[in-house]
Design a protein around this ligand. Sequence first.
Ligand code: NAD
Ligand code: KPL
Length: 305
Amino acid sequence: MSWHVLGAGSLGCLWAARLQQAGQTVSLIMRPPRLARFQAADGRLLFTNLQEHTRSVPVHAETASSQQPIQRLILACKAYSATEAIAGIRHRLLPGTEVILLQNGIGSQQQVSRTLPDCRVLVASTTEGAWLKDDFHCVHAGAGQTQFGSLNHKASPPDWLHRLKDYAIPCQWQPDIHGVLWRKLATNCLINPLTVIYNCRNGALVQYLPRIRQLADELEQLLQAAGQHKAAEDLYGHVRQVIDSTAANTSSMLQDVQQQRRTEISYITGFALHQARALEAPHQQLLALHQELQQCLVRLHLPAD
Ligand code: NAD
Ligand code: KPL
């Protein structure tokens, strides 16, 4: 089975290294300057697994501009790069090509999906964690699971899904992927911006529980208005539990800020706010949070979208 992975960042390298180690045919798609650096590094990724064993993994790499058709593509870039990245590789996607979207938040999946009416688009939500220790050294830092589903409720699980488990990649088919994306979105709305505003790890948010409670009540109303009743269930309790279980984590948004990188704000609080306005759900707390986050980003000379 052949896989193309677009985006040689943390998650892209994690997927490429694991699939390659499982004996799959993998090609990692990079921009030309990064490809030149990768080739200078002998075309190898260093991969540190959850047991902290580091191996050197040879991976085929290419740019998007090649003409070779793609059977199965994992899109592993940030949400704000997704549409442009797909446009750059569109000429290689055939009717029936599988495109798997790993982006966080909500909104980019629908934007990409609209441009690919003939492809089989799957969306994924993952609780795994990975980071790049060096340009091509990927560290699998957090165990978790990837849930796959389709924006079109009628789709069935792909035949490769059960094989991922054989490759020790924890995954599951999720018929209600919308619910999973909304629950994660609400959780990210409650944790990520506050860690940036208060410049703290997830665990330190216990100091701000009254604010989190008010925000959670408002977000629960938004989820209800969006028809996401299961995702709304005890949102505050769920977020309290995530704060405790990830207490030592630096949230992905705070990591982006610390590394002076653009955040995915538009696909997290930005998307939630847009939906709250459209559905006429209360959003006073959410608006204040979004604006406070934007002010923080501007102060740090980072894009506010
Ligand atoms: P990243 O920034 O480390 O990697 C993205 C890579 O894609 C970068 O190397 C970038 O240069 C590349 N890219 C962007 N556009 C491209 C293009 N047109 N052609 C070629 N390369 C292109 O990001 P990441 O941490 O791997 O995250 C990817 C997505 O997964 C995000 O939406 C993130 O929120 C989500 N996610 C990440 C983790 C994690 O642990 N890293 C966990 C859960 C979810
Ligand atoms: O998903 C996360 C993130 O940082 O983006 C949480 C759950 C908040 C863990 O850090």
